[in-house]
Write a protein that binds this ligand. Structure first.
Ligand code: ATP
Ligand code: MG
Ligand code: MG
Ligand code: MG
Length: 476
């Protein structure tokens, strides 16, 4: 089943059950506390918070999302993409878990010929929050035997926004991919074998204080209970297309395959090269989707997320032996073609998308050319001295003189089995900033403005999924 068809089926199923189908919002979040939309519920947040009255009681969407927190997982796990699509059904004070769970079960197990996804019942597992007997009962009634319903604690099966507001237990659905993917024993034992495909959040409580993900106070029940769900389209595609991971599904594999062709690499021969091919395919796709939504590479905010993603793709192409060749144009073209099936606007915007990505490639290749030579000398010297850590001043020089972002230095060092004195690096960065401030209080320097992130962090507290670390580190 093609990716586009998975989205169509999901939306049709919920449309037939009284949900209004709402088009995906842009990846650029309207929400000022977020850089990029990272979940299907984000555009509906004002409804859940009671700040706006929803024009419908039930909605369904296929939302584009980017998760910076997952960038480092890409290519290494079988299930984490940096851009993916979250299919979701939402109830704003309408139905609650008694209906959400049977909806989910029906859609997953209904035969393909009748509009469902045709999963064999005995492949499905559910998790519920420790004390959520209600959800466990509903699952049992729906047809899941006791032994395939597992209980998990706050860290895994409770949702809130990291700030006072709505929260509640969630229930996740896992597909058993079989013994060749890992240990038996359900999702608690192995999240690779048991692939999480769908999360159902039951918003039920008003949280008054949130100290950490697992430490908060419940002030009482919400006046209206709501449901927010998120199903990973790419994970569904991996199962329905019978492939091992989300980088080998219809949309992503064509990009991966072209990258392999261009770099004359055979996929499936060598794990390191495979990881690079997956990173390239994933990141080009994410880059294209971000540019299409109007993000431009820069040294701050979402522009930096984009820059980091594009540069990582470009560098992984070097690891695959691309040398001085420029391959981003062709990879962008395939991406526009495959993603254009679901997002027709990509085709019209192709010239603009190419322009942005080609320019970033040209400028980064220049940086890489000089910086890599300097890095190699520094790494060599470090090893010769019998040290395991690249000195702070070397990382700083790479950044300051050659424009090497610290995470690039970290990544390259780790490929050589080296660490980097990151703390020392940050100290040098801070000293430089302080000097610049003192030197020229009047003369505005070209330092990127990172104050916005400080402000965001203050406002939102630690919001786990944003990856502020990377952003602030780089904006320095
Ligand atoms: P995981 O535990 O596998 O990291 P999650 O619990 O972080 O997933 P949720 O926040 O519950 O994921 O998101 C809802 C759904 O979105 C998941 O059930 C999964 O199907 C999908 N999903 C989450 N993260 C990714 C990702 N990085 N790439 C692809 N799909 C994802
Ligand atoms: Mg996750
Ligand atoms: Mg999970
Ligand atoms: Mg989850």
């Amino acid at each position: 089943m093609e990716s586009a068809e998975i989205a169509r089926r999901f939306l049709r199923f919920f449309e037939e059950r009284g949900h209004t189908v709402v088009p995906s919002a842009s990846l650029i979040a309207e929400d000022p506390t977020l850089l990029l939309v990272n979940a299907g519920m984000v555009p509906f947040k004002p409804y859940f918070l009671g700040q706006q009255k929803p024009p419908y009681k039930r909605a369904a969407s296929a939302q584009k999302v980017v998760r910076t927190l997952d960038i480092d997982e890409v290519g290494k796990t079988t299930r984490h993409a940096s851009f993916f699509q979250m299919l979701g059904n939402f109830s704003f004070g309408d139905y609650f878990k008694e209906q959400a769970i049977p909806f989910a079960w029906e859609l997953l197990t209904r035969p393909e010929s009748e509009g469902g996804f045709g999963f064999p019942e005995d492949r499905l597992w559910a998790t519920v929050y420790l004390d959520d007997d209600e959800a466990a009962d509903i699952w049992r009634k729906a047809g899941v035997p006791q032994e395939r319903i597992q209980r998990r604690d706050l860290a895994d099966n409770y949702w809130h926004m990291g700030v006072p507001g709505p929260g509640g237990p969630c229930s996740e659905i896992y597909y058993d991919r079989g013994p060749e993917y890992g240990r038996e024993g359900g999702p608690i034992a192995d999240e690779n074998r048991y692939l999480e495909v769908w999360n159902n959040v039951f918003m039920q409580y008003q949280l008054s204080a949130v100290r950490t993900k697992i430490d908060f106070d419940i002030a009482g029940e919400l006046p209206a209970k709501s449901v927010d769900t998120g199903m990973g389209l790419e994970r569904m595609a991996a199962i329905l297309q019978g492939v091992d991971n989300i980088y080998e599904i219809d949309t992503t594999y064509k990009i991966l395959d072209r990258a392999a062709d261009l770099t004359k690499t055979r996929y499936g021969r060598d794990e390191r090269a495979d990881v690079s091919l997956r990173v390239v395919a994933d990141h080009v796709r994410t880059g294209v989707m971000l540019v299409a939504d109007g993000v431009l590479p820069s040294n701050e905010g979402r522009g930096y997320v984009l820059r980091r993603i594009l540069r990582r793709a470009i560098r992984n192409l070097r690891l695959l032996g691309a040398g001085e060749e420029r391959y981003m144009h062709e990879l962008t073209a395939v991406t526009v073609e495959v993603m254009g099936e679901q997002y027709a606007e990509l085709k019209a915007d192709a010239p603009q998308i190419h322009g942005v990505i080609d320019a970033e490639e040209a400028s980064f290749l220049g940086t890489l050319r000089t910086g890599t030579a300097i890095f190699d000398v520094a790494a060599e010297e470090t090893k010769r001295k019998g040290r395991a850590t690249l000195a702070a001043d070397q990382a700083f020089q790479l950044h300051d003189t050659y424009g090497f972002p610290i995470d690039l230095t970290l990544e390259m060092a780790s490929e050589q089995g080296l660490q980097v004195d990151e703390e020392g690096f940050r100290r040098l960065m801070k000293e430089q900033r302080d000097r610049a401030k003192a030197d020229a209080a009047a003369k505005k320097t070209g330092n990127a403005d990172i104050s916005i992130f400080g402000t965001l962090l203050e406002k939102t507290g630690k919001v786990e999924f944003l990856g502020y670390d990377h952003v602030t580190a780089e904006a320095e």
